[in-house]
Design a protein around this ligand. Structure first.
Ligand code: ATP
Ligand code: MG
Length: 651
């Protein structure tokens, strides 16, 4: 698959193109099927059709997935759907006229069986005509039974196929196989009609606009290089190609003006030809002539850059991306919808455009979601540079060349390890007492800043703490008071306010007034959206309270289910932090230095002005990025949950 394209060959080809758009076209040309490869797949499908028709009269073998959806790549797997609907009808009518049930299945053609048996080893009864004959009633048979039968037919009757294995436990049960001569791997499923539909949907999108294919190939390749997508063995916490493709399609839907129509709009354009599959509305025009032209004129170069910018700062956990509506729906309102009760929410929520209760990225874990965001952020920064936009006159790597080199962007910025967290709480919507404190805090801003300016580092330099300065509740940033502190066990977040020389208040500022240098820098880099007022804290973590937290929680939680468990969970978290801190100190004298320091910059709004949540950007003190990433990963899950509980108990 992608491996067949060597980095050297790709780099060479990309160097020669004139602009980024041409580079994308070259990338597609390098990886898409050759004519021979397309023909081989066609022949294989024909062979499968012939053989299976012998055993399952009136069946249909239908390719789907990347072999036919417009996103073919050398050596990608061959996804086949064995449609047995008509075979079932055939069986039913055969039964009606008194034919024996098993006649739906024909005997094994001996010469083929023999060839396969030599490889597979002797099997009892292998040469008997009955070895594949079955009394199975397809209408009543279980999926594993039918899969086993399909596997047997493949093993014994399809020449050149080996490594056949039924996988009945997969979300979509399949029989896996390999074509010996070409090395082509494939899956046959018997219960995946929706995939036929979404395959046609992807095809339609590629027909709608010629920019769709190159951009999706580029994003897929980039994600593969960054180890964000495309586990060749399937499963795991990475994005699969289908999910990644949908994400780019969603991006196209949300451009202004849109480059692609939403699934809801496509449904309207389909007229009265309704298609319902497995109970889901899959109505959309089968003919691209029915589609409306897009007024969008963006170049591929700019679209790619915008893609990274958009998803570098995206709330994947707090929203559900809907291709049906062409919008990201906030989780609370999505939960009120019919599909909301069934869709499996996670760190990355991407709703299938047809099977609305299916999160196609449900397998993605927090770490991958976070890395995806971070990699987009890095890529967005690179895309703002001239190196991306202009061909090098000195023959240096430029445009996609640099972007698609594994690790190149990381090497460019070794310290880049910001972490974005969106918490479901507007700064302005804090409970009254906290709001009051926040106001006081804002009033003291000028004073704090002044004192800091006057005594910059002499006694208690900004960002340093002695043991006596270990965080205490009354030093908490007002906006976070009352939240459990995973760093210290105190009721505040771990990223504790660093007392300044005089005020022991956070470094606070208003946009355009007294903006901290860290925040200024982050905004200049585009890492922080330039919205509204913001507050910055310099923080320290004294204990690795993210380690062993679950176990400690189990130990401390009362064995009897507590009726007010939700309300008491904040206290529980506090106790967990304290216990871990105690355990970690283990009788040793207290530390004189925190284990980790970082800056937290909070500002209202997530991605836009209407957003009523708070966006937190955490940045590690240099040289601490490894530890910081562990901590940030923990905090990304922990903090929004705790804020929700805090709000719940405050209400
Ligand atoms: P490739 O094989 O190159 O990774 P693909 O699109 O064929 O790309 P597969 O994982 O082989 O990806 O899946 C085959 C098809 O099955 C997809 O094209 C899509 O139609 C469907 N599919 C895959 N994953 C999902 C999913 N999570 N939800 C719904 N349909 C899916
Ligand atoms: Mg596939």
């Amino acid at each position: 698959r992608w491996e067949q394209l060597t980095p050297e060959k790709l780099a060479q080809t990309l160097l020669q193109a004139d602009d980024v758009d041409a580079q994308m076209a070259q990338l597609v040309r390098l990886v898409e099927f050759s004519e021979g490869e397309r023909r081989l797949r066609h022949l294989l499908v024909t062979l499968f059709q012939e053989v299976f028709s012998e055993f399952f009269p009136a069946c249909a073998v239908l390719p789907f997935g990347s072999s036919v959806n417009g996103f073919d790549v050398h050596g990608c797997d061959l996804d086949l759907f064995l449609d047995l609907e008509k075979t079932k009808t055939f069986q039913a009518s055969a039964r009606g006229v008194g034919l024996p049930q098993c006649r739906a299945l024909a005997p094994v053609p001996f010469p083929v069986c023999q060839a396969e048996e030599e490889e597979a080893g002797p099997e009892p009864d292998a040469h008997s005509e009955d070895s594949i004959l079955s009394d199975i009633d397809l209408a009543l048979a279980t999926v594993p039974e039918v899969l086993e039968l399909v596997a047997t037919v493949l093993r014994k009757c399809v020449p050149g196929v080996h490594n056949v294995q039924a996988v009945p436990s997969a979300r979509r049960p399949v029989v896996k196989f390999c074509h010996k001569e070409s090395g082509l791997r494939g899956d046959i499923s018997i219960d995946n009609r929706l995939a036929l539909c979404n395959t046609r949907f992807l095809q339609l999108c590629t027909e709608a606009d010629e920019r769709v294919r190159p951009l999706i190939y580029t994003v897929r390749y980039w994600a593969q290089q960054q180890a964000l997508a495309g586990n060749p063995f399937g499963g795991g916490p990475l994005l699969n190609n289908y999910a990644l493709t949908l994400l780019v399609l969603f991006f196209f839907q949300t451009r202004s003006p849109p480059l692609l129509a939403t699934a809801a709009r496509l449904r309207e354009l389909a007229g009265r030809c309704f298609t319902v599959v497995d109970g889901w509305d899959c109505t959309f025009p089968r003919d691209s002539a029915r589609l409306e032209a897009s007024g969008n004129t963006e170049t591929l170069c700019s679209l790619l850059s915008e893609f990274f910018r958009t998803f570098g700062d995206y709330d994947f956990a707090g929203t559900v991306i809907s291709l049906r509506e062409g919008q990201a729906l906030p989780v609370p309102s999505f939960l009120l919808s019919e599909a909301g009760t069934r869709l499996k929410l996670g760190p990355f929520n991407l709703q299938d455009p047809f099977e609305l209760s299916h999160n196609v990225a449900a397998n993605v874990n927090e770490k991958t979601a976070l890395r995806f965001q971070r990699c987009c952020c890095e890529a967005a920064k690179y895309c703002r540079s001239l190196q991306y936009q202009r061909k090098s006159s000195k023959g240096k790597s430029w445009g996609l060349g640099r972007l698609l080199q594994p690790g190149a962007l990381e090497a460019r910025e070794p310290g880049a390890a910001h972490c974005h967290i969106t918490i479901p709480l507007a700064l302005a919507a804090l409970p009254a007492h906290s709001r009051q404190q926040l106001c006081q805090q804002e009033q003291t801003t000028a004073k704090s800043k002044q004192s800091l300016d006057q005594k910059p580092t002499a006694q208690a330099p900004h960002g340093s703490e002695g043991p006596l300065d270990k965080p205490r509740k009354e030093q908490m940033p007002a906006g976070f008071e009352g939240l459990p502190d995973p760093g210290t066990g105190k009721p505040s977040p771990a990223h504790e306010e660093q007392p300044t020389a005089s005020s022991k208040r956070p470094l606070d500022h208003r946009e355009g007034d007294a903006v901290s240098p860290a925040c200024k820098r982050l905004k200049a880099e585009g890492a922080l959206p330039p919205l509204g007022d913001s507050v910055t804290w310099s923080c320290a973590v004294w204990h690795r309270v993210w380690l062993g937290r679950r176990r400690m929680r189990r130990q401390l939680r009362s064995p009897e289910p507590h009726p007010e468990q939700e309300a008491s969970s904040l206290e529980l978290e506090e106790k967990v932090s304290e216990a871990i801190a105690l355990q970690e100190e283990g009788g040793e004298p207290s530390r004189t230095e925190p284990v980790l320091r970082f800056t937290a910059c909070a500002q209202p709004g997530g991605a836009n002005q209407q957003d009523t949540r708070t966006s937190l950007l955490l940045s590690p003190a240099s040289e601490q990025t490894g530890l910081f990433q562990d901590f940030a990963h923990f905090l990304q899950g922990f903090l929004p949950r705790m804020v929700e509980r805090y709000l719940g108990s405050a209400a």
